[in-house]
Design a protein. Structure first.
Length: 245
């Protein structure tokens, strides 16, 4: 095998994240103020109830979708509209977008990327590898591209495929192929690095890619049916592993 490209998952692979309760309550206090301003004769739930009936409800809908192994990405506008409709609001698109952006800001502020991970991407590019990102994520694509640039990822990779842009999630081949085609690299000449056995490892193997499982932020355990080609405890180990392939 001649490795020409290395593709990475984003969440829990190149970065870790986790919304804090205080940040979530702060965002939803602002969201509640916007709802009060929009409909003066209809008082929205208090902040804690609003978090539970909107943010937590959306999280549960997403969790259910992934538990069902749905491969088509959900529409974030539909998710939020459903949650707000359940508490009596049918919001215009402009306001809905504003509230989605306020919710997204909580997630953005919780992201943690190790400087060593960025250095690792630079090392791979210096050695001549093409770099891609393939991520399952239910957000507004334009916000994610902004975040990827702000976090220093976008400047260090050559192609990006997000399920919320493509409409298809891993492990379906279409989302992997979007990046492989952009990089002009065959699957058999590429390696995928991710934290999920089904989405990342099985998805990559189905196309003929080698696959590395990272335990840096999540620790899924392989079995006889799902075996990565290598396991790392930190993504900084990736360059040395693929150098031997």
């Amino acid at each position: 095998m001649s490795v020409q490209a290395v593709l990475f998952d984003f969440g829990h692979t190149l970065m870790d994240f986790g919304r804090t309760e205080d940040a979530l309550r702060g965002a939803y206090a602002t969201i509640r103020d916007r709802l009060v301003h929009w409909v003066e004769d209809q008082a929205p739930p208090e902040v804690d109830e609003l978090v539970e009936r909107v943010a937590v409800t959306i999280d549960k809908m997403l969790e259910h979708s992934y538990a069902q192994q749905a491969v088509e990405e959900l529409d974030i506008f539909e998710l939020f509209q459903t949650a707000y409709t359940n508490i009596g609001y049918h919001l215009p698109e402009a306001l809905l977008r504003e509230l989605i952006e306020l919710d997204h800001e909580v997630l953005r502020q919780s992201v943690r990327i190790e400087p060593a991970s960025l250095t690792m991407l630079e090392e791979l590019r210096t050695k001549g590898y093409k770099i891609g990102v393939v991520s399952n994520v239910t957000q507004l694509p334009e916000l994610l591209h902004r975040d990827l640039a702000e976090f220093g990822i976008k400047q260090r990779v050559d192609a990006i495929a997000l399920s919320c842009e493509i409409g298809i999630r891993k492990p379906r081949p279409q989302i992997f192929n979007t990046v492989l085609d952009a990089l002009e690299v065959k699957a058999t000449d590429a390696v995928f690095v991710g934290d999920r056995l089904v989405d990342d490892i099985a998805g990559a193997h189905a196309l003929g890619m080698k696959a590395i499982l990272t335990h840096q932020y999540r620790q899924e355990q392989p079995d006889e049916d799902l075996k990565p080609d290598a396991i790392v405890t930190n993504v900084t180990e990736v360059p040395s592993i693929i150098a031997h392939w």
